[in-house]
Design a protein around this ligand. Structure first.
Ligand SMILES: Cc1cc2nc3c(=O)[nH]c(=O)nc-3n(C[C@H](O)[C@H](O)[C@H](O)COP(=O)(O)OP(=O)(O)OC[C@H]3O[C@@H](n4cnc5c(N)ncnc54)[C@H](O)[C@@H]3O)c2cc1C
Length: 394
């Protein structure tokens, strides 16, 4: 088959990997001029971990881990108020969890494509015309091309979804917060290998020590702290973050300097994408484009990897019957993803509490994670996937 995949993030590279390996003719199209670097770290467990194991990339990825020994919640004076060793989470994942830079996952998969896939950077699928048998694909820059299948793997704000399925507002469920992340070199203090987080009402800031003396910051802001709306350029992001974190306590001055130094700031709404159907004719969606669960669910990268594997597996199983393959792909995963989305929705309020009392209660509750039984009670549902990956023998 001729397949065009729009988006070379985790979902797009993973699908390109499988389809290339199965001998399909794949074009991977990425809007950015090169694979995106930097960005946040993600935890992989469950079916996402299984998927990288099927790809044979697990040993390489395990060598690239960024592991914090401890998750520490501090108060405005920097005193420890909650938290637990990260081994607790590893145990919940039965030892099968890896903490990786998002960009390292995509880059590792991309490197393994080994020239089997044509990649076109600095371009995007602009429009598709599906006559039910073949799809005419129009690009922003390249000449139009015919394909048997077009895949939108272009993330939360997917252009393919917008073009084929309808406007974002029909599928996007904003969760009332925005997230920012950025990295700087040489930030102090470093607190060894601890992930340290501080929450003021409506605002959460955490720092995560990376290799080469770099520090990664996560900021979560409830939307009421975005005076003037979400910024859409680098200077605006800096100004918004500095304003929102001004005077909140803990390391706010040092963090303001770090924001001022940051070369690149990721900033987006925390949203879910909920769709009843992930395909229409010969166009399908995977990853955040189809079913972003949001960072609150913490499994978007894992689902993207699992979706790529299952989509490739079902295409392989159903041969020429693409419609049956797409239906089987959705049937295998849709309910499990939807359930995780519901779980994330129920946890959204405790992620960034609105009041000082709410913050205190949340921080002290994390201490329970140090006791037996409580980790499973409090977070067991996070680590349980309702879907399993079939052995397609790809
Ligand atoms: C702060 C944070 C923490 C997270 N933590 C976790 C976690 O612990 N565990 C976990 O599993 N998940 C986590 N996630 C979620 C996870 O990162 C995403 O679900 C995952 O990266 C989705 O991959 P994707 O390939 O579908 O989309 P993306 O990673 O968004 O990739 C989409 C790609 O498409 C490209 N693109 C966009 N538009 C176009 C276009 N028009 N044309 C061509 N290309 C385009 C983009 O440049 C990008 O390369 C977290 C997310 C955030 C923000």
């Amino acid at each position: 088959m001729k397949v065009v995949i729009n988006g070379a993030g985790i979902a797009g590279t993973a699908l390109a990997y499988w389809l290339g390996r199965l001998g399909h003719d794949v074009t991977l199209v990425e809007r950015a001029p090169a694979l995106r670097t930097g960005g946040f770290v993600v935890n992989l467990w469950g079916i996402g971990y299984d998927a990288v194991e099927y790809m044979g990339l697990l040993p390489t990825l395990l060598d690239m881990q960024h592991t914090a020994d401890e998750l520490r919640m501090v108060d405005r004076a920097g005193r420890t108020r909650g938290g637990y060793p990260s081994s607790v989470l590893l145990k919940l994942a039965r030892g099968r969890m890896a903490t990786l830079a998002r960009s390292d996952i995509a880059a590792t998969i991309y490197a393994s494509l080994d020239g089997r896939v044509e990649t076109r950077f600095d371009d995007s699928v602009a429009a598709v015309e599906d006559d039910g048998t073949r799809v005419q694909v129009h690009f922003e820059h390249a000449a139009p091309q015919e394909a048997d299948l077009v895949i939108g793997a272009d993330g939360l704000h997917s252009r393919v979804r917008h073009h084929v399925f309808g406007p974002d507002a029909r599928f996007e469920y904003p969760m009332g917060c925005h997230v920012a992340s950025f990295e700087v070199a040489g930030y102090r203090p470093r607190n060894g290998n601890a992930y340290v987080a501080y929450t003021a009402p409506g605002r959460y800031v955490a720092r995560f020590p990376m290799r080469d003396d770099r520090m990664l910051f996560f900021v979560l802001l409830r939307d009421e702290h975005l005076a003037g709306g979400a910024p859409n350029d680098h200077a605006g992001r800096k100004a918004t973050l500095i304003r929102a974190l001004d005077g909140i306590g803990w390391e706010s001055d040092a963090i303001a300097s770090a924001i001022a130094q940051a070369d690149d700031i990721y900033f987006d709404s925390i949203s879910q994408i909920r769709m009843d159907t992930w395909f229409r004719g010969n166009v399908a969606l995977i990853g955040d484009a189809a079913a972003c669960p949001s960072l609150i669910a913490g499994e978007g990268a894992g689902f993207a990897l699992a979706e790529a594997y299952v989509l490739a597996g079902e295409l392989h199983r159903h041969g020429d019957d693409t419609g049956a393959a797409l239906a089987a792909y959705q049937a295998r995963l849709h309910a499990a993803v939807a359930r995780k989305q519901k779980l994330a929705e129920s946890l959204a309020a405790s992620f960034v509490p609105r009041t000082a009392l709410g913050v205190c209660l949340r921080d002290y509750t994390t201490l329970l994670m140090r006791l037996p039984v409580f980790p499973k009670l409090l977070m067991g549902r996070y680590f349980h996937d309702e879907a399993t990956l079939p052995a397609y023998g790809l």
